[in-house]
Design a protein around this ligand. Structure first.
Ligand code: NAD
Length: 267
């Protein structure tokens, strides 16, 4: 039985993760955290997830000892994720991280912990998006020569980072497959007299509104035809199921950095 702790248990993803862990016969929720000072501290994680009491109180900090949990799933904020990584690295506890919006420096810091613990980090844990990453790379190799590549994404009004981690991951995967640097090829926003579109750039467009769980499209626009690879998430369950699948897979892996493509055997 894999004993899982969830960081950010009161969040949109945290609550869905609690439900998913409970549904999985191989996993057991043993600890839950949220932000110190939040009104949810002391609440039951099961009640927050709409499941009824589970006897797991939401606390402001992770268990102090390594023998109290086997793995941490963290979908919170960059600062909290880095602080949890330091704690888990000290204890030797593996982590599944879904937090997005990390700066380049924070991403480097995160990756450095993979020298100490097994660490899975993916901007999107859905199986469908993971496949779209592969498809976008394949399509880019064939179509990039004659096409303009644009990435669009839409999310709910509460999302705080833009473009989404998934949109950036799609852009990075494409840039990597074309041997381009993302710094040079990404056009993250456009406004005013921008001039004509430059060849070889990867453009991003962002929509925020309502309760959209997460839509992503990669558009390869050529003269006379257009190819679009689109993924639409209709429930956070797709991310939570992927994250719990990653947790079970990661618990058997050696120290190192992994992503969802490793979990699904696509790498
Ligand atoms: P949310 O705001 O609903 O939840 C975040 C939770 O973390 C909140 O309950 C917040 O109080 C808590 N938190 C903040 N600071 C904390 C701290 N110091 N200690 C413990 N808890 C703390 O956000 P969300 O929609 O659940 O998304 C969370 C993150 O996951 C975002 O970065 C989002 O982009 C990302 N996300 C990733 C995927 C994926 O598949 N990788 C999918 C969905 C969301």
């Amino acid at each position: 039985m894999l004993r899982i702790a969830i960081a950010g248990a009161a969040g949109r993803m945290g609550r869905t993760l609690t439900e998913t862990v409970q549904q999985n016969e191989g996993c057991l929720l043993v600890a839950a955290t949220d932000r110190a000072g939040s009104s949810v501290i002391g609440a039951d994680a099961g009640e927050l997830a709409g499941l009824g009491p589970l006897g797991i109180e939401v606390k402001a900090s992770l268990p102090a000892e390594a023998d109290q949990f086997d793995l941490l799933i963290d979908f919170t904020t960059p600062e909290n994720t880095l602080s949890n990584l330091a704690h888990c690295a000290e204890l030797g506890v593996p982590m599944v991280v879904g937090t997005t919006g990390l700066s380049a420096e924070q991403t480097d810091q995160l990756k450095s912990y993979a020298e100490t613990i097994p660490l899975c980090f993916a901007a999107n844990y859905s199986t469908g998006v993971t496949l779209c990453l592969q498809l976008a790379q394949q399509a880019a190799k064939v179509l990039a020569e004659d096409s303009d590549i644009e990435i669009t994404e839409a999310h709910h009004r509460h999302k705080v980072d833009a473009p989404s981690g998934t949109a950036l991951a799609l852009g990075n995967a494409i840039a990597e497959s074309l041997g381009q640097s993302s710094e040079e090829s990404f056009v993250l926003s456009r406004e005013g007299i921008t001039g004509a579109r430059e060849k070889g750039k990867i453009g991003f467009s962002v929509i925020r509104g309502g309760d959209i769980v997460g839509d992503h499209s990669v558009i390869f626009a050529a003269d006379g035809e257009r190819v679009e690879i689109t993924h639409k998430a209709s429930s956070r369950m797709s991310f939570a199921r992927g994250a719990v699948r990653a947790a079970q897979w990661l618990s058997d892996q050696p120290v190192g950095l992994y992503d969802m493509r490793d979990v699904l055997g696509l790498n």
